[in-house]
Each structure stands twice: as structure tokens, then as C-alpha cells.
Design a binder for this molecule. Structure first.
Ligand SMILES: [Zn+2]
Length: 280
């Protein structure tokens, strides 16, 4: 994805300074793009004092967490002290920090009549791509699982990594990607199948289908459907045989309890409880 972010102070004119700085936002709410910003995204920097875009950068690190005390931020980001922005931030809320790599120095003036939103973040949509950059927007080819390597990892570590990654993906973004390209959750789905040994997780089932060329066939269902903004994360994914999958989809399903590690409810009148924790 591509974003424009604005700052109410003069941005560095030096590339090293730009890259060394701990950039951040602190909000009382999980404002856009708290969840959306990802490593690999393109970030354009708007300097409000110059009323120009001055840098094109790539996000190389993202760190996000809720904070209850500004001191936590002081401790982790000593380089960011003393800024007026920092002092004006809420005492508790949501922190998103990021490092960038400079791709290009820019000198692009804000198009006439364009008003920057209050919170200083814009997604580069078709209109912006056309009016600011004078170009046709390109397809979003950023994949959600690119930053997780499955080399030398056991299945528990891999699942944990993938889960962290998918947590940072807003349902809105997943939905957009699903319609725009293909599903990007293949890795977590495959890891989950392996972790369950390709067996249906429904109590007392454990079915899997043996394929003639080796391997097994099994399905993975979203407990809260993607169409209702359900995420591809642990706690919302369940490995099911085709029968139980369809029974989940079409049967009378009542969920009594859903956490990251447990799912309990009733399916067509039968009570069930499924542990959603995984080990090697
Ligand atoms: Zn089953």
C-alpha cells in the first residue's frame, strides 16, 4: 500500500537523518493506519511548512502497541524526545512507530484545493495518484506473508509469527486483497493444517482424506467469516473435514465462547469444545 503522511514541522533534508529517526504516531484511539501500516509499504512525506511532498520512502520496520504511560515510549524511543508533537500526545493510547528507507527525494507541491485530513494520514487512492503523482495507480502487489520466512522454524514458531503478521492486517485490507488478487493467508492455513496433522478438529472426528499421490486433504474454516471481517488468525481458524466444514456453514451454529485458544458452542444441537492451541 502507499500512504502520504504529514508533519507539522520541517522534515529533515538529509537522507541519513530521515532514516535514523524513530518516526511515530500516538493516538488515543486506534486510528488509521494503526493496523494497516506494514513493512514494505510506500510512505510519502508531506511537509506542511513547505506545503510539499519532500520524501518518498519505504517502511522497513513497524512497531505498534497500546501504551498506558508515556514513559514507556520515552524508554523505547529516546531519539524522539523533545518534539512538540510528542508533548502534545495523550497520556495513554496507541503507539505506532516506524523506520523508513529513503527511495527518492521529492519536490511535489500540493495540488490546488486539496485539503489534508486532520490526522495527517492518507491512503494513495486513484484520485491522489492521478492528481499528485500524475500517474495511473498500480496494482497492490504487496503480500501479507512476505515477511515471514519458514526456514528453520518449528511449526509452533512459524504459527506464532504468521499469527502476529495476520493480526496486523485489517479485515478491510484483507477483503480488498481478496477481491483484488488472491487470498494471502495461504501460509498460515498450511501451517495450521500441518500443526493439526491434517485432521479435523471437531471433537471425536479426526477425519482426514488420504490423497492417492500422498499427503492429505483437509479444509480450514473461518469461525467468523471473511465476509463479516473475520481475520485469518489463530482463534478464528479451525481445521475441519469437508462434512464438518459444511455443517459449520449450513447447520445451526451457536458459539458460546471464542478466545484465541478455545472455541465452545453447539452445532445442530450437539455441544462441542475445541482447544485451539498447537504444539509440534
Ligand atoms: Zn470432522
Amino acid at each position: 500500500m502507499e500512504y502520504i503522511t504529514s508533519r507539522g514541522f520541517e522534515l529533515p533534508t538529509d537522507q541519513t537523518e530521515m532514516e535514523n529517526f524513530d518516526w511515530f504516531n500516538m493516538w488515543s484511539n486506534r486510528n488509521f493506519p494503526y493496523y494497516e501500516l506494514l513493512v514494505g509499504d510506500t510512505l510519502y512525506w508531506f511537509d506542511t511548512t513547505a506545503q510539499k511532498l519532500v520524501w518518498k520512502t519505504e517502511v522497513v520496520k513497524v512497531d505498534r502497541f497500546p501504551y498506558s504511560d508515556k514513559q514507556q515510549i520515552f524508554d523505547r524511543y529516546p531519539n524522539s524526545l523533545g518534539l512538540k508533537y510528542y508533548d502534545s500526545r495523550p497520556d495513554s493510547g496507541y503507539f505506532v512507530g516506524y523506520k523508513v528507507k529513503v527511495l527518492e527525494k521529492l519536490d511535489i507541491e500540493k495540488p490546488n484545493g486539496f485539503r489534508f485530513p486532520q490526522l495527517g494520514w492518507l491512503r494513495v487512492d486513484n484520485e491522489i495518484a492521478t492528481t499528485w503523482f500524475n500517474r495511473q495507480p498500480t496494482e497492490d502487489t504487496n503480500t501479507l506473508d512476505d515477511n515471514v520466512s519458514d526456514d528453520n522454524k518449528n511449526i509452533t514458531e512459524l504459527l506464532a509469527d504468521l499469527n502476529e503478521k495476520m493480526k496486523n492486517v485489517s479485515p478491510e485490507r484483507v477483503e480488498k486483497l481478496v477481491s483484488a488478487t488472491i487470498r494471502k493467508d495461504t501460509k498460515i492455513i498450511n501451517a495450521l493444517k500441518k500443526a493439526t496433522d491434517f485432521k479435523c478438529q471437531f471433537p471425536n472426528c479426526g477425519q482426514r482424506i488420504t490423497k492417492k499421490n500422498g499427503g492429505f486433504y483437509i479444509e480450514v474454516a473461518h469461525i467468523k467469516p471473511v465476509s463479516q471481517n473475520g481475520q485469518s488468525i489463530l482463534g478464528n481458524l479451525i481445521v475441519l473435514c469437508p462434512n464438518h466444514h459444511k455443517e459449520f456453514d449450513f447447520g445451526d451454529l451457536k458459539i458460546d465462547e471464542q478466545t484465541n485458544s478455545k472455541l465452545a458452542g453447539q452445532l445442530n444441537g450437539n455441544k462441542f469444545e475445541i482447544e485451539l492451541t498447537y504444539h509440534d
